[in-house]
Write a protein that binds this ligand. Sequence first.
Ligand code: SF4
Length: 111
Amino acid sequence: MKIAILNCLKANDVCTGGSCLRAFNARAKHFERYRDEKDLELVALARCNGCEAGIDKGFEEKLQYIVDAGAEVCHVGVCTVKRETGKECPVITEALARLEAQGVKVVRGTH
Ligand code: SF4
């Protein structure tokens, strides 16, 4: 089963992706649901292109890569806006809607 992870660029200031990868490899936290999955493959570990860029051409390419790579599920980390206001940022909401429209299931949460 192929999985992608999408994270907030703002979180990049302090994020190595390590906690996501650790949870993925251990099949823990939001990845626990794959505990019995024999072939679990991480096909993309992407970040948005920032609040100002929104869904620019480069971000569209990243989203398309996730689809083309055959990701069945895209896990999304908590964006900085949500962390600060409790409400998901509109850029990530739109990005996830685009993935869902192309058949990728979205799970909000990584670790
Ligand atoms: S657009 Fe959303 S997910 Fe991307 S950096 Fe801004 S708050 Fe984070």
